[in-house]
Design a protein around this ligand. Structure first.
Ligand code: A2P
Length: 280
């Protein structure tokens, strides 16, 4: 589905510092879209990290110069990909996304080539099962990690949960996961059976779907493990990454810590890591 609510502006013609060119845009709903752009030659990043990304603001009336409007965006493409992909919400009056949602192929955006983040393999100890818990656009860093060979080399099972209000908000994640099965590059690097390691558990909270409810409640009740045929989570064998809205992050963090999980960081790897999905 392509939704274009208002006409796109003329592509930015001025030369921007750290400018990259949009190569592709896809709109999923009135509030969600993804775009791809060229990759800065100097950008090296670890799958799961984020960068600052944005557009030039309107020129100042006095000086005639604009300031960049930048926000933190998780890179949704893996570290080895030629182009960068980002998954974004559209906030009608958001300083950045109200304009970013209108970018088209050929437009310029600013990508600062300084990646950071804690949703990375380096911040997690090795384990048997890797749980990726997302809400909304918090799926983005997991899109990157799910295309990263290391994810399958380090873990026997990767369980991806994605909770959204509505069914159509799950589409980006669902298509990404379905696409992995056809990813010949990954199959070549890590073996065709890597796909068997993935369990996908989408849930909705405000619309009928096969699984209704918040993932936190479904974990607490034991429903998630029961329906996946998995043993309950333990800090000995499980590792987790959390990325979603703040309330979700805090609730899940408390739940995991209650089960004995310790938070990891780049300097001190642990049993789970957490990062907020960035909102405009
Ligand atoms: P709910 O519809 O019950 O609020 P949002 O769009 O507000 O960022 O939320 C994305 C998803 O995260 C929604 O399905 C929402 O459920 C869910 N959610 C919000 N807060 C929590 C929480 N504390 N724990 C688990 N899920 C949450």
């Amino acid at each position: 589905m392509t939704i274009n609510s208002s006409p796109a502006k003329e592509p930015t013609r001025e030369i921007l510092a750290d400018a990259q060119t949009i190569t592709d845009v896809e709109h999923y709903t009135q509030s969600l879209f993804r775009f791809r752009c060229t990759r800065p030659a100097s950008l090296r990043f670890r799958s799961g990290e984020f960068v600052m990304l944005g557009l030039m603001g309107e020129p100042d009336k006095k000086t005639g110069r604009g300031k960049p409007i930048l926000r933190a965006y998780s890179i949704a493409s893996p570290s080895w990909a030629e182009e960068l992909e980002f998954y974004s919400i559209k906030v009608p009056d958001g300083a950045l996304t109200s304009r970013l949602q209108h970018v088209r192929k050929g437009d310029q955006i600013i990508v600062r080539p300084k990646p950071v983040g804690t949703l990375v393999h380096d911040a997690l100890l090795s384990g048997e099962r890797l749980w990726l818990f997302a809400t909304g656009t918090g799926f983005a860093p997991f899109a990157s990690l799910l295309q990263e060979p290391q994810t399958y080399e380090r873990f026997d099972k990767i369980i991806v949960t994605h909770t959204c209000r509505w069914n159509d908000e799950l589409r980006y994640g669902r298509e990404l996961i379905a696409g992995l099965a056809k990813n010949t590059l990954l199959a070549e690097v890590i073996g065709a059976n890597f796909w068997d390691k993935i369990a996908y558990y989408p849930t909705t909270t405000r619309q009928e779907s096969p699984v209704i409810g918040r993932i936190t409640d479904l974990l607490r009740s034991g429903q998630v493990c029961q329906s996946l045929g998995e043993e309950p989570l333990t800090p000995n064998r499980d590792r987790a990454m959390i990325c979603g809205n703040l309330a979700f992050n805090l609730e899940l963090k408390a739940l995991l810590e209650g089960w004995g999980f310790a938070e990891g960081a780049n300097s001190n790897p642990g049993q789970y890591v957490v990062e907020k999905a960035f909102l405009d």
